[in-house]
Design a protein around this ligand. Structure first.
Ligand SMILES: Nc1nc2c(ncn2[C@@H]2O[C@H](COP(=O)(O)OP(=O)(O)OP(=O)(O)O)[C@@H](O)[C@H]2O)c(=O)[nH]1
Length: 200
């Protein structure tokens, strides 16, 4: 029987409320988009398996609530992730400035060596752009890959997730497959070691 997958990678999206994290996950996992805004309560995840370099990579993509009141719940999920996607909205300067704080949160809560990716989302709204085009200094300083994406038009969404998965795959094959959230076939598929999800 064909193998279901070769590796399981747990990814996590973080960023201010309303930047489009849920929409990015839905675009990537289901190729869908809705303009209705339903703020995430706590945390949720979707799964998609992709083929990278001949390997089947099952991506478990965790979508966190951006609202401050969920921080205790969401930061508990950082440690089990092998990849963290930091998202801001190109039409919202504050969401970009806050990336510094989200970076700090990664440092405090995630496993060392977690792969990071920075996304400037809503790039379909060029007329309302508040954050400059080009690779932000922050991404250069931290050596993080950067894409501008649109969950609405699909631009760069596939590329962004695939690039992150490929970087993790290459890193794991250099180091041997171990570490938080990197699992071979049959690795635990549940959440890393978070507390049970409780209503706010
Ligand atoms: N034009 C445009 N709108 C988008 C895009 N991505 C998301 N949106 C809209 O932005 C709003 C917020 O999107 P969400 O995906 O719910 O934002 P979020 O970051 O998950 O928010 P929280 O769950 O509160 O943390 C919704 O109305 C979406 O339709 C995009 O790429 N382009």
């Amino acid at each position: 029987m064909a193998k279901a997958y070769d590796h399981l990678f747990k990814l996590l999206l973080i960023g201010d409320s309303g930047v489009g994290k849920t929409c990015l996950v839905i675009r990537f996992a289901e190729d869908n988009f809705s303009s209705t805004y339903i703020s995430t309560i706590g945390i949720d995840f979707k799964i998609r398996t992709v083929d990278i370099d001949g390997k089947k990579i099952k991506l478990q993509v965790w979508d966190t609530a951006g609202q401050e009141r969920f921080k205790t719940i969401t930061t508990a999920y950082y440690r089990g992730a092998v990849g963290i996607v930091l998202v801001y909205d190109i039409t919202d300067e504050k969401s970009f400035e806050n990336i510094q704080n989200w970076m700090k949160s990664i440092k405090e809560n995630a496993s060392a060596g977690v792969e990071r990716l920075l996304l400037g989302n809503k790039c379909d709204m060029e007329g309302r752009r508040k954050v400059g085009v080009g690779v932000p200094q922050l991404a250069k300083e931290h050596g993080i890959r950067f894409f501008e994406t649109s969950a609405k038009s699909s631009e760069n969404v596939e590329e962004a997730f695939r690039t992150l998965a490929r970087d993790i795959l290459h890193k794991s094959s250099r180091k041997g497959v171990s570490g938080a959230g990197i699992g071979g076939r049959g690795a635990a598929e549940g959440p890393p070691d978070p507390p049970p999800l409780t209503p706010p």
